[in-house]
Design a protein around this ligand. Structure first.
Ligand code: PLP
Length: 387
């Protein structure tokens, strides 16, 4: 009998938390459109509003400042618009500044013309260069700009200085949209603390179902033109009958996403990174010198191709990722490592491990053993003697 799979790819997606599953099953067993007046409809509406309050509590937003979407990609498409307005930019914004390491969902720029999008560099650790932000804000006569800056990177886990960036952007009459997909629910993240005007959230990164997310708005922030128009659901910001089961699962997952889990995940990260260093002194952790998510380790060993390692690990029952997952299932060059100036020869060996609510120390040990076997095979060295 083959050993159970060992899943270490939580930044791609997470296993469904038991509470999220239970909340979804309860909805699937009922019938009701939240817009209907009858008892069934009112019950569905209660489910949606309860989840709205739960998601709002996760990021310190008001419940009526949450707009449910079909995920963070749609959230980005909704928020990244010249019509987004807020206390520091009451008439909207003219241009978009994006950090070079943003997820494709954000880098796309959405409702900004390509000519109005400026990509801002990061330093070699993957942290936004605030000097570049300050000079970009002064460009174009200092016209109001929207900055898209993620809270934490999905490939390296590197945290961004959102609060300082927000101060600069606000002082220049602009706004900040923060992709908090990888941070909210894993570490404390609040709209106020981050300085963000808008936070993008995704359910499936915190143990909820796929295909549901939210946009959270700070006080006084107004989304401009809706993207999906129709029946006027979500106060007109996102029409279409709500994904009630998905929303219920998202809400329940927030309850189970304890901030205190960051200590447990940090201990696993420590175990992994010390284990790696002991196995191979040449293993380098990307972003290892700066603040990172406690669940993410991206590393490479010179001379080892990620694709080969990934396949060997998969055959050994382990699910890890090489850099960023891509839609085609092919391993593409990482724009994040490129932006950090990682040499291509090292970047092509980048592996990412990301842990979460069901990960254990045994998973880490199993990875280290399998990795050691794979790397010895690749280096054609002797195999370890089985205990
Ligand atoms: N932003 C980041 C940092 C992500 O990691 C992802 C998902 O991979 C997204 C946005 C897109 O989220 P969703 O899958 O909900 O569209």
């Amino acid at each position: 009998m083959s050993a159970p799979r060992c899943y270490l790819d939580y930044n791609a997606t997470t296993p469904l938390r038991p509470g999220a599953r239970a909340a979804m099953v309860a909805v699937l067993e009922a019938t009701g459109n939240p817009s209907s007046i009858h008892a069934e409809g009112r019950a569905a509406r209660r489910v949606v509003e309860q989840a709205r309050a739960q998601v709002a509590a996760l990021v310190g937003a008001a419940a009526d400042a949450i707009v449910f979407t079909a995920g963070a990609t749609e959230g980005a498409a909704l928020a990244l618009s010249p019509t987004l307005a807020g206390p520091t930019a009451p008439r909207g914004v003219r241009r978009l500044l994006v950090c070079a390491t943003e997820h494709a969902a954000v880098r796309h720029g959405h409702r900004f013309a390509e000519a109005d999008v400026t990509v801002l560099p990061v330093d070699r650790h993957g942290v936004l260069r605030l000097d570049a932000l300050a000079s970009a804000l002064a460009d174009d006569g200092g016209s109001p700009a929207l900055l898209a800056l993620q809270a934490a990177n999905n490939e390296t886990g590197v945290l961004q200085p959102t609060r300082v960036a927000a101060q600069l952007v606000h002082a220049a009459g602009g706004l900040l949209v923060c992709d908090a997909v990888q941070m909210a629910g894993r570490m404390p993240f609040g709209l106020e603390e981050s300085g963000a005007d808008v936070a993008l959230l995704s359910s499936h990164k915190i143990g909820g179902p796929q295909g549901v997310g939210a946009v959270a708005l700070a006080p006084g922030v107004v989304l401009g033109a809706a993207l999906v128009r129709g029946g006027g659901q979500e106060r007109g910001a996102r029409s279409g009958t709500e994904n009630v089961a998905g929303i219920a699962g998202f809400g329940a997952a927030t309850l189970e996403s304890r901030d205190s889990e960051s200590d447990r995940l940090a201990a696993l990260q420590h175990r992994l990174e010390h284990g790696l260093a002991a196995l191979d002194a040449e293993a380098s952790v990307f972003g290892g010198a700066v603040a990172r998510l406690p669940n993410t380790t991206a590393f490479a060993v010179p001379g080892m191709a990620a694709e080969t390692l990934l396949i060997a690990l998969d055959l050994a029952g382990l699910a890890v990722s090489s850099g960023s997952a891509c839609a085609s299932g092919k391993v593409a060059r990482s724009h994040v490592l490129d932006a950090m100036g990682v040499p291509a020869i090292l970047a092509q060996g980048a592996l990412r491990l990301s842990t979460g609510w069901a990960s254990t120390a045994a998973d880490i040990d199993r990875f280290l053993t399998a990795f050691d076997v794979a790397r010895r095979r690749m280096r054609k060295g002797p195999l370890p003697i089985a205990a």
